[in-house]
Structures are given as structure tokens and as C-alpha cells.
Design a protein around this ligand. Structure first.
Ligand SMILES: Nc1ncnc2c1ncn2[C@@H]1O[C@H](COP(=O)(O)OP(=O)(O)OP(=O)(O)O)[C@@H](O)[C@H]1O
Ligand SMILES: [Mg+2]
Length: 146
């Protein structure tokens, strides 16, 4: 059975925690390990903050879309913005690459997201937006009855 949660949030950093906790609650009935919960929350923080900071440059009038889908033990997360887009995805993926290095940015967000996920995909076009597709396999001892 597929179970899904979709959210559309205003591009405000205050909403990052809402997303993190909503998805954590959504996943919690699947008996994730503490480590899995931490990984999922971290991935979402990095993805949502990137959309707000880089995609929309803090424009609160814009929306970020978040979708979480669970089927069996596979969690798929989609984080999508319709903002600035990424010029050079390969470059952006490099560790320590940031277009805002002066502003407390270490350029490690993508590296973190990649290392914590089982599959990581970026689709992005300049002035169209960015869509991240992240897969996390949950280690479920007990598969839920429903
Ligand atoms: N949603 C997005 N829209 C536009 N550009 C993005 C988006 N996400 C990432 N980028 C670009 O990719 C670069 C690398 O992102 P990454 O998350 O790895 O580092 P960062 O956000 O700059 O720093 P950190 O995440 O360590 O605070 C960013 O500096 C930005 O130029
Ligand atoms: Mg980042």
C-alpha cells in the first residue's frame, strides 16, 4: 500500500521545522530507527532551506512543495521549488561549493543529503526551479499490518 503526505509551505525558514516534524510524524508509524528519523529530518532541513535561501532568496510569497511517499519500506521525498534554478548541477554537488560562501554557508548541504540517502536525484533548470528526489530505505523489523 502507498501512503502519502503532501505539503505546500511559504518560503520561510520558520516553516522548515514544520516540514521536518510533519514528515517525522508521518514516518513514525513505520517504526523507523532513531537514526533514520534523524537522517530524514536532516535531509529535509537541508533541502527545504536550500529552496528558501537559494531558490527563492527568502521571498515569502513563494511556495515550496514537499511530498513524502512510503511504499513498503521505501520512503521517497520530493522537495520542489519554482525559483532560480541551478546553473551547473555538477558544480553545485561538489563538497564545499556554495554561491553564498560569505554568508555562513559551507557548501556541504548536498553532500550531507547524498550521504544520508539511498538514492539522490536533482532536476533543475535556470529560472524554472529545482526538484530533489530522495529515496531512503527504512529498515523495518515489523511490517505494519495495514
Ligand atoms: N533549490 C535551489 N535553487 C537554486 N540553487 C540551489 C538550490 N539548492 C542549492 N543550490 C545551489 O547549490 C549550491 C550548493 O548547495 P549546498 O546546500 O550544498 O550548499 P549551501 O546551501 O551553499 O551551503 P550549506 O548547505 O552548507 O549551508 C548553493 O550554494 C546554491 O548555489
Ligand atoms: Mg544548503
Amino acid at each position: 500500500m502507498i501512503n502519502k503526505l503532501e505539503m505546500k509551505i511559504s518560503a520561510m525558514l520558520e516553516n522548515e521545522g514544520v516540514v521536518r516534524n510533519a514528515v517525522a510524524a508521518f514516518v513514525s508509524s513505520y517504526n523507523p530507527t532513531l537514526e533514520e528519523i534523524i537522517d530524514i529530518k536532516t535531509i529535509l532541513s537541508e533541502a527545504v532551506s536550500n529552496a528558501i535561501i537559494h531558490g527563492y532568496e527568502y521571498d515569502k510569497n513563494k511556495d515550496v512543495l514537499i511530498k513524502a511517499t512510503i511504499e513498503d519500506n521505501k520512503l521517497e521525498l520530493i522537495v520542489q521549488d519554482y525559483g532560480k534554478g541551478i546553473e551547473d548541477i555538477e558544480e553545485a554537488l561538489k563538497n564545499n561549493f556554495s554561491t553564498q560562501k560569505d554568508q555562513e554557508k559551507t557548501g556541504i548541504g548536498f553532500t550531507i543529503m547524498k550521504s544520508l540517502s539511498d538514492h539522490f536525484e536533482i532536476q533543475s533548470s535556470v529560472n524554472v526551479g529545482t526538484k530533489l528526489k530522495i529515496t531512503k530505505i527504512l529498515q523495518m523489523d515489523e511490517v505494519r499490518a495495514n
